[in-house]
Ligand binder design. Structure first.
Ligand code: C5P
Length: 418
């Protein structure tokens, strides 16, 4: 890392793009510098037409980056600048910048920096109301939100172009306050499960009928993967036992891939002794072919083919049985029902002796990007509003952390499970 980037103060990278609101970035810089935050400013070419880099340089007391290879000592400036920063905040963020970032472009310094970042990213859009409400911009903003970018504003009011409506950049004070609040939340979230070991199952299972066919379900694994990621972000050591899904492994998570319900059960039982919390998110097959054929089953002349199925191991129920006398793991179950969600979920929670069960509508939850759930515990039913699975996962981690009471050293009954 270049010497000028080494600082013990908190540091924010402020990106400025081409918009009349660029002048407000000067005030934002001043606010942060006054609050003891180091500000590294990166400007697009268009931004330099609205405000002089010299102004930002004077206010930040640091060099201002204006082009891809500017001042680069090692040709890796676009990566180095964001390393160790608390956040990248792009204010104002133009419609064009949002479009490029939503596509993952890296054809100028600021976009490349955003693509190569490890830190949280915020954008404060500023544009004409028609540009903001255009379906293309709204699509790009939805994409960015789904990619974890926090979108601050815009406000409504009189716009620089004279029109009135949504599109005005938030005030520098509002942006600074929102960034601080998010970073404080993230810092608090990051310690919720510190030192805890979380074991999860996710995705469907696949039960072989013969070497090429099998029984499975439509579970995407998204909820379980989002929970694994959130638990890791909350400081836990996370092991994720995943059925056959094509999802990337969340960073910081150890993944064990399995195929069948029996494989999943074996993997859970092999890892459970090291776990403090078990979350069964997987849609495990309840039945599997009793005797999978060794060779591909041939089409017969008869009209029907009969498969004999046998029940699989109920992993959660089995864990409850093992824990009956001395609870060792805080167990959380999921239940996807097509009707009577709360009542059926509660019956399942009792049957599987779970302190917490998360119930949802199967037709809403499976393969979707968002979900609406009801938490069921000894105190009753607690519905949560519909939200994106990434946000929901963070909320569920908070709920689990709040209910989780570490075991006493003798390892018995300290959690008050009924
Ligand atoms: O009984 P049902 O399959 O609806 O229960 C759902 C919950 O039980 C989920 O948490 C799921 O991961 C878990 N489960 C399990 N092993 C099974 C079946 C379900 O752990 N064989």
């Amino acid at each position: 890392m270049a010497d000028h980037m080494k600082t013990s103060q908190p540091r924010i990278v402020l990106g400025i793009t081409g918009s009349i609101a660029a002048y407000k970035a000067a005030e934002l810089t001043r606010l942060w510098v006054k609050a003891g935050i180091t500000v590294d400013v990166v400007m697009t070419e268009a931004a330099c037409r609205f405000i002089a880099p010299l102004t930002l340089q004077a206010l930040s007391g640091r060099p201002v980056w204006t082009a891809m290879w500017d001042g680069s000592q090692d040709g890796m400036q676009h990566i180095a600048l964001s390393r160790g920063a608390q956040a990248i905040v792009v204010a104002p963020a133009s419609a064009d910048f949002l479009a490029r970032t939503a596509q993952g472009r890296a054809d100028e310094a600021l976009s490349a920096l955003c693509l190569a970042r490890e830190c949280p990213m915020f954008v404060a859009p500023a544009m004409n109301v028609q540009m903001w409400t255009h379906p293309a911009t709204q699509r790009n903003v939805a994409r960015l939100r789904a990619d974890g970018v926090k979108v601050l504003g815009p406000d409504s009011g009189e716009l620089a172009c004279g029109e009135i409506g949504e599109g005005r950049m938030l005030s520098p004070e509002a942006i600074a306050a929102a960034v601080s609040a998010h970073l404080a939340d993230d810092a608090a979230f990051g310690t919720l499960l510190a030192g805890r070991r979380v074991l999860l199952t996710a995705g469907p299972t696949f039960e072989a009928i013969d070497p090429v066919r099998g029984l499975t379900n439509r579970s995407s694994g998204k909820m379980g993967f989002a929970l694994a990621q959130a638990a890791a972000q909350a400081g836990a050591e996370v092991t994720l036992i995943a059925g056959p899904v094509a999802l990337p492994t969340p960073s910081g998570v150890t993944r064990v891939d399995v195929i069948s319900a029996q494989d999943m059960a074996d993997a859970v039982f092999a890892h459970i002794d090291r776990a403090d919390i078990f979350i069964g998110v997987a849609a495990v097959a309840d039945y599997a072919p009793a005797a999978p054929a060794a060779q591909k089953i041939k089409k017969e002349t008869s009209d029907t083919l009969t498969l004999t199925l046998r029940p699989t191991v109920d992993i959660l129920a089995e864990l409850a049985k093992r824990d009956e006398r001395a609870p060792k793991v805080f167990r959380v179950g999921f239940a996807a029902e097509t009707q009577d969600i709360a009542a059926l979920g509660e019956a399942k929670r009792r049957r599987k002796h779970l302190p917490l069960l998360i119930a949802n509508r199967a037709q809403d939850a499976i393969n979707a990007d968002d979900n609406e759930v009801i938490l069921l515990d000894d105190d009753g039913a607690h519905p949560l509003p519909r939200m994106d699975k990434t946000l929901l996962a963070r909320r569920l981690v908070e709920e689990i952390a709040r209910r989780f009471v570490p075991l006493s050293p003798c390892g018995r009954g300290a959690r008050g499970e009924g």
